[in-house]
Design a protein around this ligand. Structure first.
Ligand SMILES: Cc1ncc(COP(=O)(O)O)c(C=O)c1O
Length: 366
């Protein structure tokens, strides 16, 4: 089974530790264990019993996760080690060689390279920068001209920040209903706004995945989940039993303590994201060599720059000479872009952008 290199993850692995100004992290400024303990007013973390715990996940935690959705019971959830493993479990369970899979590009490589490795026929719909990183209706129509086994979306999307509102989701669901296409929606960047609807509240053949990594600032817990109909969850749990026994009481209880404070943690993240977006807006107003479709939601965007230098070379140079770290758009198949995260202290973002600005001006012979 051939599996392509996961370009973004490799880039992060190879270079992230050299960053002085990390401009590309998608996890909002991570919390510490000390901060988590301080939030744990009920003291649940003190009493963790280190057995396997409840196999498909702590029931109290499932109740808290359900608070992020409009519908569902504990039977509609199963827990995983992060959202990446959640997506993998879904694809392994429901895809077979020859199946047609549709996703969007630029997008997260897991949604295309993994199904390709199973022998699926993967079709990608372009997200168009000139449309504010939205797809064309004609491309959607084209994608569904044949039977589609699985449509995979990421809402909001990494790297473009594309956000599908309820009307757009309903449009996609109408296509899926034609022949019972499974809609896998990676909602790892979903926040708490009412507009950020989960497909698992809209369509019976949908599967929503999520985790605490991004807006909850707790990637280190490695706690994710899958929400779907009871039938789909039961099928997923059969394969899940062969992959891992449980996510374990330590992760489950840490996640429980965090989700009990979800309003506070999400407000913190919203403030950090808003602060960083404001820094970008100010910088862009005086920068003729860069542009950005500012995302409505989520901590991720896709910055375009103008200069006669490819993005891998520019990213390497920025890191080597200045400690400024970006993931090049080429890791998502699109040159002359950088994937950006609105996730760090604003001082770090300001300093990094100031250096990027100087480099772009020089490259354009100013
Ligand atoms: C779209 C998407 N899904 C999943 C993940 C991984 O999430 P987790 O840390 O919950 O495994 C990432 C991480 O960058 C991501 O961008």
């Amino acid at each position: 089974m051939h599996l392509d290199d996961f370009l973004t993850e490799q880039w992060m692995n190879e270079h992230e530790n050299d960053a002085v100004y990390n401009m590309t992290d998608t996890c909002v400024k991570p919390l510490t264990l000390r901060e988590l303990f301080a939030m744990d007013a009920d003291g649940v973390l003190q009493d963790v019993v280190l057995d396997y715990g409840t196999i498909t996940g702590d029931v109290r935690l499932k109740q808290e996760i359900l608070g992020l959705y409009q519908s569902g019971t504990e039977e509609n959830l199963t827990l995983t080690h992060g959202c990446l493993a959640a997506n993998e479990l879904v694809m392994y369970t429901f895809l077979e060689p020859g199946d047609r899979v549709v996703s969007f590009t630029p997008g997260y490589q897991q949604f295309t390279s993994l199904p390709e490795s199973f022998g699926c026929r993967v079709h990608t719909i372009p997200l168009k920068e000139e449309n504010g990183w939205m797809p064309d209706d004609s491309d959607l129509e084209e994608a569904f001209r044949e039977d589609v086994r699985m449509l995979i979306i990421n809402n909001p999307n990494n790297p473009t920040g594309t956000f599908f509102d309820r009307a757009m989701l309903e449009k996609l669901i109408r296509y899926c209903r034609r022949n019972g296409t499974i809609l896998l929606s990676d909602e790892v960047y979903r926040g708490r706004s009412e507009e950020e609807v989960s497909v698992s509240d809209l369509y019976e053949y949908s599967i929503s995945t999520g985790s605490l990594s991004k807006l909850f600032s707790l990637a280190g817990i490695r706690l994710g989940w899958i929400k779907a109909s009871t039938e789909l969850i039961s099928t997923l749990n059969v394969r899940r039993d062969y992959s891992f026994i449980s996510t374990g009481p330590l992760a489950d209880t840490a996640a429980l303590a965090a989700l009990k404070q979800k309003e506070m943690i999400l407000k913190r993240s919203e403030d950090i994201i808003a602060g960083n977006k404001a820094v970008y807006e100010k910088w862009l107003a005086d920068m003729p060599y860069a542009s950005l479709v500012m995302p409505s939601y989520g901590p991720v965007g896709f910055l375009r720059y103008e200069a006669d230098i490819d993005d891998v070379t520019l990213a390497q140079m920025l890191l080597r000479d200045h400690g400024v770290f970006f993931v090049p758009g080429s890791c998502f198949g699109m040159d002359h872009h950088f994937r950006i995260g609105f996730t760090r202290d604003t001082e770090e973002t300001e300093a990094g952008l100031s250096i990027l600005g100087q480099v772009l001006r020089k490259a354009n012979c100013e």
